[in-house]
Design a protein around this ligand. Structure first.
Ligand code: PGA
Length: 237
C-alpha cells in the first residue's frame, strides 16, 4: 500500500438487512487502498472482495477458553488482514489499558495481521494542554518491544469522534508531525499516521490537503456508501 489509505470502522452499526444492502453497494469497490472493518459476525460476507477486510478488536491469545472473544489467529486464517486496536471506545467502555493494547499488538503481529493503533486525547486533556503528554504515553507503552513495520497509527482526538467537530488542519498537521517524531525517536523508523474523527464527505477535500497525513479512519460516514465513496475517491484516486 503505497498510496494513502482509507479505513472504514463500521462499529456495531447495521442489522443483517442493512448489511445486505451495504454489501450490494460495495460489490464493485475495487480498491486495495481501502480497508473495511465490519462487525465481526459479518466479516465472512466481506471477504473475497477487492479491498482489505479488518477486524475491530481481537483478544491477545491464539486459542482457548475465552468466551465471546475472537483471536488474531482465527481472524488471520479467516482472511482478515488488518486489525483496529486501542480505539477510544474500547479504552473507555471496556477499560482497555495501554499495557493490554501492547499485548494485543504483539499477538496480532505474530499472526501477520497489520495493526491500526488508535491514539488520542480527551477534551479534558486537550483543555489542560496535556495532549502531547497523553499521546506520548500511549505511544511509548503501546509500542514497547514492537517492530513497527506492520503498524499504522490512527490519530483520533476523542472529542472529534462522532461529534461533527474536527481540529483545524493546522492542529492535525502539527499533532501528526509530533506523533511521527516520537515514533522516530523510539524506533528509528518512519510510521504512517491516519487522521480519524468526524471525517465526512463534506470535509474530506479540505482534510486531504494536510501534507503529512497518510490516510483516514472513517466511522459514521463509512456506513453510508454514497458518502464513503466520495471520501475514497478524494483520497485514493
Ligand atoms: P466518526 O468515528 O468518523 O464517526 O467520528 C471515527 C472512529 O471512531 O473511528
Amino acid at each position: 500500500m503505497g498510496k494513502k489509505i482509507v479505513v472504514a470502522n463500521l462499529k456495531m452499526s447495521m442489522n443483517t438487512s442493512d448489511i445486505n444492502i451495504y454489501l450490494k453497494s460495495i460489490k464493485n469497490l475495487n480498491n486495495k487502498n481501502v480497508v473495511i472493518c465490519p462487525t465481526s459476525i459479518y466479516i465472512p460476507y466481506f471477504l473475497k472482495q477487492h479491498f482489505y477486510v479488518g477486524i475491530q478488536n481481537v483478544y491477545k491469545e491464539d486459542l482457548g477458553a475465552y468466551t465471546g472473544e475472537v483471536s488474531p489467529l482465527q481472524a488471520y486464517t479467516m482472511g482478515v488482514r488488518y486489525v483496529i486496536l486501542g480505539h477510544s471506545e474500547r479504552r473507555n467502555y471496556f477499560k482497555e489499558t495501554n499495557e493490554l493494547i501492547n499485548e494485543k499488538i504483539k499477538a496480532c503481529l505474530k499472526n501477520n495481521l497489520k495493526v491500526i493503533l488508535c491514539i488520542g486525547e480527551s477534551k479534558e486533556e486537550k483543555d489542560l494542554l496535556k495532549t502531547k503528554r497523553v499521546l506520548k504515553k500511549q505511544l511509548v507503552t503501546c509500542l514497547d518491544g514492537i517492530d513497527i513495520k506492520n503498524v499504522i497509527i490512527a490519530y483520533e482526538p476523542i472529542w472529534a469522534i462522532g461529534t461533527k467537530v474536527t481540529p483545524t488542519n493546522l492542529e492535525i498537521g502539527d499533532t501528526i508531525s509530533f506523533i511521527k517524531d516520537v515514533v522516530y525517536e523510539l524506533k528509528s523508523d518512519a510510521i504512517k499516521v491516519l487522521y480519524g474523527g468526524s471525517v465526512n464527505e463534506k470535509n474530506i477535500k479540505e482534510l486531504n490537503t494536510i501534507s503529512n497525513v497518510d490516510g483516514f479512519l472513517v466511522g459514521g460516514a463509512s456506513t453510508d456508501f454514497n458518502k464513503f465513496k466520495v471520501i475514497i475517491e478524494e483520497v485514493t484516486e
